[in-house]
Design a protein around this ligand. Structure first.
Ligand SMILES: Cc1cc2nc3c(=O)[nH]c(=O)nc-3n(C[C@H](O)[C@H](O)[C@H](O)COP(=O)(O)O)c2cc1C
Length: 214
């Protein structure tokens, strides 16, 4: 089923949906996604987040230029030379590579983007800065999934951060942390592929398997 209200079903099927139809997404749904975003935890509840809804084709094309350049220079070669991650397989990883390349070529065709930003003023972003924006990003991904919309958390544009932030017209002190291309998915939602808890959870001591892990 495209839409879902079961939280665990939503969590287990919120995958990167990179193949999107160009059909417009009603603002009512984008509004719901944004409302879910701003329910997220954030440091001191300071809510220094800002979100841009981008529909303007020219802006998206300018950003896609750098998104593709980063694929050609870094991401494509890395995919070709690296092994499948835990919970994946060579075949599944090859499919992921194809989907990543597809999104790269069609990034600007997603009908709407949400760009998640932090207004950091004169303070230097630290390791914990992202902790005040990525919970909102995850809430928005889950909300999109619940509404039957596909989305992907993307950060590759940060390899050309200055150029992309200029294209987005961000003022000084505001930085982008993610671009979420959103649209109706071409394919179906399915379960995410991950390693098992037994491999990654320890109990009491580093390296001691968590007894309850299956
Ligand atoms: C920090 C971060 C940055 C990401 N950047 C991109 C990106 O630029 N482009 C992209 O296609 N996917 C991007 N992804 C999505 C991951 O590739 C994806 O979550 C991962 O392959 C697992 O796939 P799944 O979510 O479909 O299970 C990013 C994910 C994270 C957490």
């Amino acid at each position: 089923m495209a839409e879902s209200t079961d939280l665990f079903d939503i969590i287990h099927t919120t995958r990167a949906m990179r193949r999107l139809k160009p059909d417009p997404v009603p603002d009512e749904l984008i509004h719901k996604i944004l409302e879910a975003g701003i329910c997220a935890a954030n440091g001191g509840n300071r809510q220094t987040w800002r979100f841009m809804v981008i529909k303007d084709r020219t802006i998206k094309e300018r950003v896609q230029h750098f998104y593709k350049r980063a694929f050609d220079e870094v991401v494509g070669p890395r995919y070709r030379s690296s092994a499948p991650p835990p919970g994946s397989s060579a075949e599944r990883y090859a499919r992921q590579h194809d989907a990543v390349e597809y999104l790269t070529e069609h990034f600007h065709e997603a009908p709407v983007w949400i760009v998640a930003c932090l207004n950091e003023g004169t303070s230097t972003p630290t390791r914990s800065s992202g902790a005040s924006i990525y919970p909102a990003v995850q809430n928005m991904l889950l909300a999109a999934r619940a509404l039957g919309l596909g989305a992907t958390l993307t950060t590759r544009h940060l390899q050309y951060e200055a150029e992309v932030e200029a294209a987005l017209g961000l003022p000084p002190g505001v930085h982008s942390y993610a671009i979420l291309p959103i649209g109706y998915p071409m394919g179906r939602f399915g379960p995410v592929g991950r390693g098992s808890l037994a491999e990654i959870v320890y109990e009491d001591r580093w390296g001691k398997p968590y007894a309850a892990a299956k």
